[in-house]
Design a protein around this ligand. Structure first.
Ligand code: G1P
Length: 291
């Protein structure tokens, strides 16, 4: 193992409008939609914390204050739970608090694309490597996805993106990788293309919403070039680093749930509900009832 600069910062792009969940998301941020007993944003926060992240950077926007409230200390709530002897619940509430001085907020004023959202964190990232976690996507595995990626990073350094095979009919929804050789879980990335047609797609391996990147990515981002969908795309900026820095993919040992779609969201609730020690058996019974 070589000593690469550790990944301690993570960016959570949470400025999106959540139009696919209207009217549920009229006033409530989509990242606050619950999967089992905790909101999406808390699931990804926990994944980052497990991976050793110490600084949590939210790229936020209008009407998103609920997200920072969620991670704050809530004294009245804690006192009430304490006085009622609800220790297990109190434990859960405390576990959702952000340690002091670890949450950083910056805004993306206009929805100009994922690349632009990430660029908004430039000053907070400085010269450090950093992770990006898209809160729409939940990664369920024995070990969290970001932790698995950090293990690969500790061997390779450079940039790592989580990859997942998707059906050909879905490649147009994702960033797709052109890949080379694999060694020790790291697959060489030779190219990246955002939302290609089936004909243009170099493979069916998609970027699934978890990234470890080097700060040099801010140089191409700062060109603010428009790409697919007329948006400033992270994929296009990453593509420019290929050949200049190590760039690898990692196939996650686990399964992803796209909670940005209603169907994925419902599936994730069933899967996380089934895995919940308190209610799992009852969820299974309910499912049988509707078979
Ligand atoms: C974004 C990225 C895309 C990636 C996807 C994963 O697209 O631009 O490369 O594959 O997230 O969910 P979006 O879903 O924001 O259109």
């Amino acid at each position: 193992m070589t000593n690469f600069k550790p990944v301690r910062k993570a960016v959570f792009p949470v400025a999106g409008l959540g139009t696919r969940f209207l009217p549920a998301t009229k006033a409530m941020p989509k990242e606050m939609l619950p999967i089992s007993d905790r909101p999406l944003i808390q699931h990804v926060f926990e994944e980052a914390r497990e991976a050793g992240i110490e600084e949590f950077i939210f790229i936020t926007g209008r009407h998103k204050q609920m997200l920072e409230e969620h991670f704050d200390y809530q004294p009245e709530l804690e006192q009430t739970l304490e006085s009622r002897g609800k220790d297990a619940m109190l434990e859960k509430v405390r576990d959702s608090e952000m340690p002091a001085g670890k949450l950083f907020l910056t805004r993306q004023p206009k929805p100009l694309g994922l690349g632009h959202a990430v660029w908004c964190a430039k000053k907070l990232i400085g010269d450090d490597p950093f992770a990006i976690l898209l809160p729409d996507v939940l990664m369920k595995g024995e070990t969290g996805c970001l932790k698995q990626m950090i293990d690969v990073y500790n061997e390779t350094g450079g940039n790592i993106i989580a990859l997942e095979d998707v059906p050909e009919s879905e490649v147009h929804k994702y960033g797709i990788a052109d890949v080379g050789e694999e060694s020790n879980g790291a697959i060489e990335i030779k190219g990246l293309v955002e939302k290609p047609s089936i004909e243009e797609a170099p493979s069916t391996l998609s970027a699934v919403g978890r990234y470890i990147l080097q700060p040099e990515v801010f140089e191409p981002l700062e060109a603010f070039e428009r790409g697919a969908g007329n948006e400033i795309q992270l994929t296009d900026a990453m593509a420019k680093l290929i050949g200049q820095q190590p760039f690898n993919g990692m196939v996650f040992d686990g399964k992803s749930y796209d909670c940005g779609s209603r169907l994925g969201f419902i599936e994730a609730n069933l899967v996380y509900g089934l895995a919940d020690p308190e209610i799992g058996d009852d969820v299974a019974k309910i499912l049988k009832k509707y078979n």
